[in-house]
Design a protein around this ligand. Structure first.
Ligand SMILES: [Zn+2]
Length: 252
């Protein structure tokens, strides 16, 4: 398969990059990424994946658009208040590029539906806003051997890391379920924050799909918007990890 004239024009800046070129763009067009959560983080991730020409994008979210979401969830519009978030998001992504395949899953991930859904994707994005979902994604991606990007955001801070199951530290290696912060819904985040962190997730997915660069693995990148500081902290696999057992999986 080769690119159409329209695609050559649309992706001209990718084609000009030796690291991508026509072969890389075709790879992206044949790639499938699942974005779990079509809110603050999911908005920039899905927008940039679609713009980059990732040919199939899955959107999973059981929530509807609320007016208070629009301060940061840029996939949605005033007109879509009350609509399911995946349907609202699909309308925006199709407007960006009608040739993309956008699959909607208007419900939340569960341990029951995860195996079948994840099996259809090359890379998974954790764009959720709660710890239960993140640990569920960690388990599901490990069991399905799917590479994925974790991210979380708070009032003025964010964090992200990329996980290659069986090879690099997983989310559960770094964050323990009994150590998850309590206290309910955060008050933020400030509006533009998910754009910073979500864009990094989209870049990680694109790099993985293209097989270029160095992924944000075995490291946690943290961001503080108030001081405008990024910190990259090395993390290690945990031999006692309840998800990946730190690579010690023979025999038991
Ligand atoms: Zn682990």
């Amino acid at each position: 398969m080769s690119l159409t004239g329209e695609q050559r024009q649309r992706y001209a800046r990718h084609l000009a990059l030796p690291e991508i070129g026509e072969a890389g763009q075709e790879k992206l067009l044949h790639s499938k990424v699942l974005v779990i959560g079509a809110g603050g983080l999911g908005s920039p991730v899905a927008f940039y994946l679609a713009a980059a020409g990732v040919g199939t994008i899955g959107l999973m979210d059981g929530d509807t658009v609320d007016l208070s979401n629009l301060q940061r969830q840029i996939l949605h519009t005033t007109a879509s208040v009350g609509a399911n978030k995946t349907e609202s998001a699909r309308a925006r992504l199709v407007a960006l590029d009608p040739s993309l395949s956008i699959r909607c899953y208007p419900f939340h991930l569960s341990s029951d539906n995860a195996p079948e859904i994840l099996a259809g994707y090359d890379f998974i994005i954790d764009a959720t806003d709660n710890f239960d979902s993140k640990f569920l994604i960690a388990r599901a991606c490990h069991e399905a051997s799917k590479p994925w990007s974790h991210a979380g955001i708070g009032n003025f801070h964010g964090q992200t890391m990329t996980i290659i199951p069986g090879q690099t530290a997983c989310y559960r290696c770094v964050f323990h379920e009994d150590g998850a912060p309590v206290g309910g819904t955060p008050q933020g985040p400030i509006g533009a924050l998910p754009g910073v962190i979500g864009s990094i997730q989209a870049l990680e997915a694109i790099k993985h799909l293209l097989g270029i660069g160095t992924l944000l693995t075995d490291a946690l990148l943290t961001f503080d918007a108030l001081t405008m500081s990024f910190r990259k902290v090395a993390v290690r696999r945990d031999a006692g990890c309840g998800v990946c057992r730190g690579g010690i999986d023979a025999g038991d």
